[in-house]
Design a protein around this ligand. Structure first.
Ligand code: AHR
Length: 495
């Protein structure tokens, strides 16, 4: 008989909601070395590329099956004028990227390049339009340029620039953080502006475009209430942004060197995502009990102090096992809310904030966060299984967080479990009982490092990578897992 402090009971026969693949979405802004260098190197680059888009990055990202990509911002979106990014590149006007370092943006990566990137990745495009400093007409014309099949002047312009068929544009955001960098608006004002702008974001030529309103930052519940009350019937999605970081202006800590208290505090902050979603969705339920409007967490992740020696406005940061744990905890939270949360976009794909990939010239590394997305990809489009977790705590001083987090889904007759152990001291044993099924066999993978500070560098790109996990037993239809500290594991169960 095993003695366990932790128990997970999974209702294997009671799944009702699908984990939308878009919960595994990404976000790429014109910021630092995210687009330029990270994705776009230009057709003449010695770095292998297809149409200017670097092939190594595309190949690596395809390993995680990226379902959707949000672009061009972020704060940049409300200063971006799409017409500057079409036509022959040598004729495109340059602009100053005032939000992110005041660098010159040459507009070489624009609409056509974005759709080409999505096609190469196999990801759906999600464009965020400019409400803060753009016009209604500009937004209307961008949608028409992208999606109209007929002979309108804008569709002809698209053809002139090399694209005959319209693109599918399933998601369109109407502004970004309009309470802040997107125009410093009050929720009432933005709600009215949203109503006006969205009128002209039309479904053309059979393109069904989901209209996504700018939602709250963190715990701004008033924003959600006003938006849902005044414009809830005119939107398909409402965004939520939340970074696991201290309040704005406070010391954010180093990416790779931190104390146990800082580590604990980061995980505690990551878990706040659950409370934020619960409270925002409760407000949404008042106006939209049928859950027609999706809550879309289109910016999330960690945010550390700038990397010494790098341009501080480029938000380049390393990525350790601590970031991997934040990713895994957050994805498990999204699964629990997958009836209302139907898209999320990690910030940001390459070289910015909690990146999936870091590049240095022609070199590339996959971050620990990348590996979490790869290990969890079997949850995409799977049936979420209700699960009850009894877990020990991980305690620092007077504060505790759960030592374990777990999630289960069913796809093609197999159950995928994703388990996170947050503690740093001893192993945790977890008993997994299925209701409505018995475990026959299992295979597992684990991500953990020599320490929580372990990370991949260009010289040691495989310091942290998933390994086969054999720390479990199957007995009398149950599974017993032994999880080392600061680890993320996935186990596939045959029942
Ligand atoms: O992801 C970096 C920035 O964070 C985005 O531009 C903005 O929307 C958010 O404040």
């Amino acid at each position: 008989m095993h003695r366990t402090a932790n128990l997970l009971v999974v209702d294997a026969d009671q799944g009702r909601t699908t984990i939308h693949r878009n919960l595994y979405g990404h976000f790429a802004e014109h910021l630092g070395r995210g687009i330029y260098e990270g994705i776009w190197v230009g057709e003449d680059s010695p770095i292998p590329n297809v149409g200017g888009i670097r092939s190594d990055v595309v190949a690596a990202l395809r390993e995680v099956r990226p379902p959707v990509l949000r672009w061009p911002g972020g704060c940049f979106a409300d200063e971006y004028h799409w017409r500057d990014g079409i036509g022959p590149r040598e004729n495109r006007p340059a602009m100053v990227n005032t939000h992110w370092g005041g660098v010159v943006e040459n507009n070489h990566f624009g609409t056509h390049e974005f759709f080409a990137l999505c096609a190469q990745l196999g990801a759906q495009p999600y464009i965020c339009g400019n409400l803060g400093s753009g016009t209604v007409r500009e937004m209307q014309e961008w949608v028409e340029y992208c999606t109209y099949a007929g002979p309108s002047p804008l569709a002809q312009l698209r053809r002139q620039h090399g694209r005959d068929e319209p693109w599918l544009l399933p998601y369109f955001g109407i502004g970004n953080e309009n309470m802040g960098c997107g125009g410093m608006m009050r929720p009432e004002y933005y709600a009215d502006e949203y109503r006006r702008y969205q009128t002209y974001v039309r479904p053309l030529s059979g393109n069904q475009v989901a209209k996504i309103a700018c939602g709250p930052n963190g715990p701004n519940y008033e924003w959600t209430d006003v938006l849902m009350r005044r414009a809830g019937d005119l939107m398909d999605g409402l965004t939520l942004h939340y970074y696991a970081m201290p309040p704005w202006g406070e010391w954010k800590g180093h990416a790779t060197t931190f104390t146990e208290d800082e580590y604990f505090e980061t995980l505690r902050r990551a878990l706040v995502m659950d409370e934020l979603i619960r409270r925002h969705r409760t407000i949404m339920d008042r106006y939209d009990p049928q859950q027609r409007v999706a809550l879309i967490v289109d910016e999330w992740g960690t945010w550390w102090e700038p990397t010494p020696g790098m341009n501080p406005d480029f938000l380049f940061q390393q990525n350790t096992m601590r970031d991997a744990l934040v990713a895994a905890l957050t994805l498990n939270i999204f699964h629990q809310h997958c009836d209302r949360v139907r898209m999320a976009n990690l910030a940001q794909t390459v070289n910015v904030l909690q990146a999936m990939i870091l590049t240095d010239g022609p070199r590339l590394v996959r971050t620990p966060t990348f590996h979490v997305f790869e290990m969890f990809k079997g949850h995409q489009d799977a049936l979420q299984l209700p699960a009850r977790l009894e877990t020990a705590n991980y305690t620092r001083g007077r504060c505790s967080i759960p030592a374990l987090s777990a999630s289960a889904s069913l796809q093609s007759g197999r159950i995928l479990l994703s388990v996170v152990h947050t503690g740093l001291e001893q192993d945790q044993r977890l008993e997994v009982r299925l209701r409505g099924a018995r475990v026959k066999s299992a295979v597992g993978r684990i991500l953990h490092g020599a320490s929580v500070m372990a990370h991949n560098t260009f010289d040691r790109p495989e310091e942290v990578k998933p390994a086969e996990f054999s720390g479990f037993q199957v007995e009398t239809g149950r599974l017993y897992l032994d999880l080392p500290p600061a680890a993320v594991a996935t186990v596939e169960l045959v029942t």
